[in-house]
Design a protein around this ligand. Structure first.
Ligand SMILES: Nc1ncnc2c1ncn2[C@@H]1O[C@H](COP(=O)(O)OP(=O)(O)O)[C@@H](O)[C@H]1O
Ligand SMILES: [Mg+2]
Length: 271
């Protein structure tokens, strides 16, 4: 069975989309079949794939709920999915209406995405499903957590990160308490946009790493990503770092290959 992995942080601008995108291509480069899902109404991941589509994940999710029959529109998965080296189910601004759309259904609202993935056998067709989440802890993200086996948390080491992380761990506990699904494992945190020359930032980062070690056990924090012009350049040309040949990118390729390796190792432990 393929593994579903969410990139989550309720803050924006921490690198969720950047990491999800490049990690997906790093996994594909290692020969895995990878599906990316854009769960963010802002659809930044979809833009990176150049896969903007009138029909998107929202329509597929609505179609997958029997009780919403009156809202169903002809949107077959095969028409919506963007096929490439890494496949993508695009997101779109309609996703911002998801909470309201499912407010009245009797079926468990937290499990719409999980049931959609299972109904289409996506976890059998792919080795890894990578979900890029919006910067909230709302119902969409709860759906992502309930559908996921593992979670990766990109973060910036500022004062607010620790509070945010604690809040997020609490949400995972709440899912455990619900008792309807197995809560996913937070197996990696990735410090991003770190400036190690700034003392305050190094101090904040050490504090956060200690807190994570204490909460989840050691070894769950990746080595920091620094602020890299190459990453901005690759994103603005909508390409993964693996599409560039020059020296500037070999560091970044190594880092994202490292993230992919952590994902593979974690996935082996699960099997
Ligand atoms: N390590 C990095 N170095 C330089 N720029 C980065 C880095 N990580 C992310 N960025 C930039 O920061 C912005 C926010 O990243 P993004 O992945 O969109 O965050 P999120 O999805 O969490 O909102 C993007 O414009 C991206 O180009
Ligand atoms: Mg994003």
């Amino acid at each position: 069975m393929g593994k579903v992995i969410s990139f989550i942080n309720q803050k924006g601008g921490v690198g969720k989309t950047t990491m999800a995108f490049n990690a997906a291509f790093a996994l594909a480069k290692n020969g895995h079949k990878v599906l990316a899902i854009d769960l963010d109404p802002q659809a930044n991941l979809t833009l990176l794939f150049k896969a903007e589509n009138e029909l998107n994940l929202y329509h597929l999710l609505v179609n997958s709920v029997k009780e919403l029959k009156q809202l169903h529109i002809p949107a077959m998965l095969s028409k919506v999915i963007h096929k490439a080296n890494v496949d993508l189910i695009p997101g779109g601004q309609e996703l911002s209406g998801f909470d309201l759309t499912v407010a009245s259904i009797n079926a468990p609202r937290q499990l719409v995405l999980k049931k959609f993935i299972e109904a289409h056998g996506l976890n059998e067709r792919y080795d890894f499903i990578i979900i890029d989440c919006p910067p909230t802890l709302g119902l969409l993200v709860i759906n992502s957590l309930c559908a996921s086996d593992g979670v990766i948390v990109p973060f910036r080491p500022d004062d607010f990160s620790l509070k945010g992380l604690e809040h997020f761990y609490q949400v995972i506990e709440d899912i455990k308490d619900m008792g309807i699904v197995k809560a996913p494992e937070i197996f990696l945190h990735v410090p991003n946009l770190v400036d190690l020359r700034r003392k305050q930032e190094s101090d904040d980062l050490s504090k956060i790493i200690s807190a994570i070690d204490l909460e989840l056990g050691t070894g769950k924090v990746f080595s920091p990503f620094l602020n890299k012009a190459g990453l901005v350049k690759s994103l603005s040309s909508r390409k993964s770092v693996f599409e560039f040949k020059n020296q500037e990118f070999s560091d970044l390729q190594e880092k994202f290959s490292g993230v992919a390796k952590r994902i593979e190792e974690w996935s082996h432990e699960q099997a």
